[in-house]
Ligand binder design. Structure first.
Ligand SMILES: [Zn+2]
Length: 89
């Protein structure tokens, strides 16, 4: 009895038994971020409500501390005059 791969969605954070999401933990945040660093909606990630809320807060905090960018353009605009020392990554 095999279920279809994407039919049943599990909350990755529940699977990993995470009960607090650290904003510095990029690996955890990435589960809920799209490739353009947007927060993925719960219906796509399958996260439970509790963890989605946790990750939302963590992502906002991470953005605030410049760990992850707010907006990533497809054209990749790198020249930002105010941020000369973007040493992350
Ligand atoms: Zn969960």
């Amino acid at each position: 009895m095999r279920e279809r791969k994407f039919k049943k969605r599990h909350c990755k954070y529940c699977e990993l038994k995470v009960d607090a999401i650290d904003y510095k933990d990029e690996k955890l945040l990435k589960y809920s971020l799209s490739e353009r660093y947007k927060i993925m909606p719960r219906r796509l990630t399958g996260n439970c409500k509790k963890h989605q809320e946790l990750v939302n807060v963590a992502i906002k905090r991470a953005r605030h501390t410049a760990l992850i960018p707010y907006v990533v353009d497809t054209k990749n605009v790198v020249e930002i005059p105010f941020e000369t020392n973007t040493s992350y990554r």
